[in-house]
Structures are given as C-alpha cells and as structure tokens.
Ligand binder design. Structure first.
Ligand code: SF4
Length: 336
C-alpha cells in the first residue's frame, strides 16, 4: 500500500511507528525533522499523490482535541473532535480535505497518549451529569486505517472508564474487527456515512460498497455495539427521492432501527476557496456540475433544494426511527 514512509526523527522509536513500519517491510523509510517540511511544500500535485499516497508518521503538538463547529453533534452537552490522521485513504469527490491541504500524503500522529490525555482533561472540565462527546472521523476516516494504526482499539480503551464521555467513530469503512474482538463498550458509537449506491459509485471512489457497510452494521448490532447512520452529505440528483428511498429501505431491511443510536442529516457545504480548489482538481466531475449557490462565502445547494431534501429524508426516516434520535447537521462553516 505504501512504498514511501516518512518518519519524523522524534517518533522513529515510538512503538506505533515500529508497528506501522513492520507492516510495510519493503517501503522506503525517509527520516525528516517535521512533517510540515513535506506536507506543506508548495506546488504539490494533490491529484497525482492521491493515486499513490505516501505515509508520514509524526507527532502532533497541541490542539489534540478541539471543539466541533456549531451545529455538529448528536445532542451531547459538549462536543469535541480529534484527528490522529490528516487525509484519507478514500477519494470522495465532495471531500473538503482536497481543498484544505496542499498534499495528499497520509499523516498519522502516533502520540495517541497525548490525545488521550487531552480527552481526559477536557472531559474533567465538565460535570459528570453532562454528556461529553469526542468525534473521530469528523475530518478524516481514521477507522478505515484501523488494521494499520489501531486508533479505535486505543481510544475505546481511553473512554471505557469515563462514564459521561462518548466516542463516535465516523466512517465509511468496514474495519470493525477491533470492536468485534472485545466486549461491548456502551459509550462508543460507530457512525456509518451512507449514500445511495449509484451516487456512491460515481463520487465515492475506493469506498466499500453499501452492502458491505450494511453487513458491518449488522455484525456490530448482533454484538450489541451501538451504531449510527449519517446521511451527510445528502447529494442532490434529479431522482434523489427514488435513490434515497431505495437506500433507506435497503438499510432497514437488514439493520434493526430500534437499535440505532442516532441518525444525522446534512447537506453539502464548503467554503468557497475549498470549492474552487475542488473544481480545479476535477473540472470534469459530475459533482462540480451540481446546482450550487454561493451563500455567505459557502458553496451549497439553494435553500429550497436543501430544505426539500432534508425534509423528504426526515419524513422517510421517521417511519423507522423516533424523531428524537434524528439530528440535523447545521454546520456553520467559515470561509477561508
Ligand atoms: S471518506 Fe470522508 S474523509 Fe474520506 S475522502 Fe470521503 S469524505 Fe473525505
């Protein structure tokens, strides 16, 4: 998978660095001082790198845990996100990471212990009667790398004994083995992002097929792990009602709706500078031909389209799920 692995000298002896390197014995190992030397270089070809990305193992300094943007969450009192990884092994045409970074190199921060300490410290600032949520996968699909980096395994252990703390693992992957290999932890939710088959096939490259994700959901439910569904972003197509109807029917023909922890619904929105980058990277993509509008520095669907899609999906979903488990992502993204 990786033919070049960059390693910051500071973490070259770290146990996770060694674990990852041992899985790619024929990769070239290149030492560097700080990941930014490579990651932030100018004039990188994101599209080319995306086809055959390298891996970088680094240490993250500061800001291990950050508050989520307003409007993100599933009803918790306090919401944070953390990212042990920059960039993603999947390649969704609408992904905002493409506009965010100059490089498609996969960066993994191996100092999980410092992330865990930040989780414990920030959680301790809130009363034990309050729900404090930590989202992994808000800006990368780190569960997709689980066999290599063991992120879920580590952070499930972190939150296991913190009663008021919840962990969401948001993913489009089927990498659930580390969960199935252990007893259920009730304050962990694996939240699957879903889109109709045909939309996924055209826009979500390298993402596991919906059938496989549904099979992963079922296996988790069978073992009493909580799962969530994320209809986010909803993607507009002319026959979206047909396609999303098929999607919802397909999911609930296998997945038990009574055991769904939460559902979120959100539509595509992206700061305009990120969107311009995306347009430049993939000018022929069907996605950039969508009927977007610019609203307060954010590229999104016209209000009427957004309201129709969200409302329509909500009406279908309440046929299966109580309304108090359905949340709307009302992200307030900042431009630039
Ligand atoms: S799975 Fe998520 S993070 Fe990964 S490319 Fe797709 S949208 Fe981006």
């Amino acid at each position: 998978m990786y033919s070049t692995i960059y390693v910051e000298r500071e973490v070259s002896e770290h146990s996770l660095t060694q674990r990852v390197l041992s899985q790619f014995p024929s990769a070239d190992k290149v030492e560097c001082e700080r990941y930014g030397e490579i990651f932030n270089r100018k004039a990188q070809d994101f599209r080319l790198q995306k086809q055959r990305p390298s891996l970088m193992l680094a240490r993250k300094y500061g800001n291990h845990v950050l508050p989520v943007p307003a409007g993100y969450g599933v009803g918790g009192d306090h919401n944070y996100y953390f990212s042990v990884m920059l960039n993603c092994i999947y390649d969704c045409r609408y992904c905002f990471l493409q506009g965010m970074y100059r490089s498609a190199v996969h960066v993994v921060f191996v100092n999980y212990d410092e992330f865990a300490e930040s989780i414990r410290n920030s959680a301790s600032e809130h009363g034990s009667h309050e729900q404090v949520w930590y989202f992994s996968g808000y800006d990368c699909d780190s569960l997709a790398m689980e066999p290599i980096i063991g992120m879920a395994e580590y952070f499930i252990e972190t939150v296991k004994s913190l009663d008021h703390v919840w962990l969401e693992l948001r993913t489009k992957s089927t990498q659930i083995r580390s969960l199935l290999n252990q007893d259920v932890v009730p304050n962990v939710v694996t939240a699957f992002s879903v889109t109709p088959d045909r939309i996924s096939a055209s826009l979500e490259h390298k993402v596991p097929r919906l059938d496989k994700r549904i099979a992963a959901m079922v296996r988790l439910q069978e073992r009493d792990w909580k799962i969530g569904l994320r209809f986010d972003p909803l993607i507009f197509v002319r026959d979206y009602q047909v396609q999303y109807h098929e999607l919802i029917e397909k999911i609930f023909s296998s997945v038990d709706p009574d055991l769904i922890h939460s559902v979120t619904i959100g539509t595509f929105r992206l700061p305009k500078e990120f969107y311009r980058t995306l347009e430049n990277l993939y000018p022929d993509s069907q996605f950039v031909a969508q009927p977007f509008v610019l609203s307060n520095g954010t590229v999104t669907y016209p209000k009427s389209v957004e309201t129709d899609m969200k409302g329509w999906c909500y009406e279908r979903l309440v046929e299966f799920i109580d309304s108090d488990r359905i949340h709307f992502d009302e992200l307030e993204l900042e431009s630039g």
